[in-house]
Design a protein around this ligand. Structure first.
Ligand code: ATP
Length: 348
């Protein structure tokens, strides 16, 4: 039976233990065909373990994995036939680009003519048509990663799994390859699961992002949902809300939080009661303004081309990350403020 034309990949309470360590604690997720999913989380949260379990390189401790109504976690990696792209490319150094890409098809004993056609098609898709006779060592990092991608997709896998595939590339190439990966994904129509610890990468590539922490799903949502309204303070912190601060919330005509002597109108995420709470603000949303209610003294400020990012301390020593449109100097007192819909409040 071909697994290629599946409609949904379903993880049902996927778990994996290493001795007493629960590296994955019951991950459940349904991935539609054609969907691009990013698994995002800090080091050690279980991203690679999840990918290895999906690929069949590591058995589950409990739970199951399904392609439509076929259970696949009991199948070996070859029977699943997923495409894998790793951080270190893992190319065969002694084989030409063409041979590397055709490897999976040769393993499947495909006719020679079919292999040639499909390899040529894959090379065209990753824009390596004129590099077929070179050895991997004669290619740039970005080109090697393209070979690795071509090798993974040439077998027309139902699912492509990518483990931090861009982390060995320099910043410019990373941006270029991001766009390439998105384009290749769209032209294939398969599902892609992409592991990264880089929130920008996840935001720019994925249809949906799964944020993992300590082996658990913390939030699943579109990039816009995660960026604009993280469900937990720790997801917020991971999504660039560098100001995650203890506060007190009051519920009246509007929801207000206190910060030092200041009282700020804010947006509740899950607070329903007054009292101790946690607030989150992005540095780019906290700026000096005429009516800014939070006095703070600049400690450091960095020029970022269009504006300045810096750290300022409140009277009680609380550090705030802010953005300023004009140059600010250490020692200067700013009056910081943020729009109410940019101040998120969570139950403590
Ligand atoms: P990174 O971004 O650093 O690669 P990750 O999110 O991919 O991290 P995993 O490699 O999946 O994290 O590891 C999850 C947890 O499982 C970690 O605590 C790790 O130490 C542990 N772990 C992973 N592989 C093994 C193993 N083979 N034996 C024992 N513990 C392991």
């Amino acid at each position: 039976m071909s697994l290629r034309n599946f409609q949904a990949l379903r993880l049902d309470a996927m778990s994996r233990d290493f001795g007493s360590l629960n590296a994955l604690k019951g991950i459940s997720l349904t991935v539609g065909r054609g969907e691009f999913i990013a698994l995002l989380g800090p080091s050690g949260c279980g991203k690679s373990t999840a990918l290895n379990c999906l690929a069949g390189l590591m058995p589950l401790s409990s739970g199951s994995i399904w392609l439509d109504d076929k259970r696949i976690d009991t199948l070996g990696p070859e029977a699943r036939g997923f495409g894998m792209v790793f951080q270190n490319y893992a190319l065969f150094p002694h084989m030409s680009v063409r041979k590397n890409i055709g490897f999976g098809l040769r393993m499947q004993n495909r006719p020679k003519a079919e292999i040639e056609t499909r390899v040529a098609e894959a090379m065209r898709l990753v824009r390596l048509t004129d590099q077929g006779d070179k050895l991997p060592g004669q290619l740039s990092g970005g080109q090697q990663q393209r070979v690795a991608i071509a090798r993974a997709i040439v077998v027309e896998p139902p699912l492509v799994l990518m483990d931090e595939p861009l982390s060995n590339l320099d910043a410019k190439l990373r941006l270029e390859m991001r766009a390439e990966i998105r384009r290749i994904h769209a032209s294939l129509g398969c599902a892609t699961i992409y592991v990264t610890h880089d929130q920008d990468e996840a935001l720019s590539l994925a249809d949906r992002i799964v944020v993992l922490k300590d082996g658990q799903t913390r939030q699943i949502g579109t990039p816009a949902e995660l960026y604009g309204r993280p469900a937990h303070p720790d997801v917020a912190e991971f999504m660039g809300y560098r100001n995650v601060l203890k506060t007190k919330v009051t519920l009246g005509e509007d929801v207000r939080v206190t910060l030092g002597a200041a009282s700020l109108s804010a947006t509740p995420v899950d607070v329903t009661q007054p009292g101790p709470a946690v607030m989150a603000i992005r540095p780019e949303d906290l700026s000096p303004r005429a009516d800014g209610p939070i006095p703070a003294v600049v400690q450091t400020a960095e020029y970022r081309g269009r504006d300045f990012f810096g750290v300022a301390t409140m009277q009680d020593g609380t550090e705030l990350y802010f953005r300023a449109e004009h140059a600010v100097k250490p020692g200067e007192t700013l009056h910081l403020g943020a729009d109410p819909h940019r101040i998120l409040v969570y139950a403590a």
